[in-house]
Write a protein that binds this ligand. Structure first.
Ligand code: ZN
Length: 142
């Protein structure tokens, strides 16, 4: 018997979304500094330790917010030092999302950003009710 071909759309090419409750569970353990780095999607690396080996230096830096560390090797050159390896991160326990957890999506990112920004000293501005919000600049060409 003849059967009409039907294209079945499967979302199998999309990565599995993962478990959001696992993500929330992990996020709940993060301290303010960890949330700050997650919200900003970058670290604030600063000096920590420099180990001098015979042929190279191992430079260790630490993030002042989340306390994670990273290290890289620098070789001695005629004029100074040159980075010889990429930075290798050394994440503290509980910083990385566990296997199977949903990645931080836009909504969770907004939560982290709010927690980062609203944990600062916030000064309320009393706006004149007649004033409109600053309008998005519009370009008019004539
Ligand atoms: Zn950090």
């Amino acid at each position: 018997m003849a059967q009409a071909l039907r294209v079945v759309h499967e979302e199998s090419t999309e990565p599995l979304p993962g478990d959001p409750s696992l993500t929330r569970e992990t996020m709940a353990q993060w301290r303010a500094g960890q949330k700050t780095c997650r919200a900003r999607k970058r670290h604030n690396w600063g000096p920590f330790t420099v180990w001098e080996h015979r042929d190279f230096y191992e430079v260790v830096e630490q993030c002042s917010h989340c306390r994670n560390r990273r290290s890289a090797e620098f070789i001695k050159t005629d004029h100074g030092l040159r980075k010889a390896t990429g930075w290798k991160a050394d994440y503290r326990d509980g910083y990385l999302l566990p296997r199977g957890a949903m990645r931080i999506d836009e909504d969770l990112g907004d939560e982290l950003t709010a927690s980062d920004i609203l944990s600062r000293k916030v000064v309320e501005v009393v706006d004149d009710p007649d004033d409109e919000k600053p309008a998005t600049p519009k370009r008019t060409r004539k």
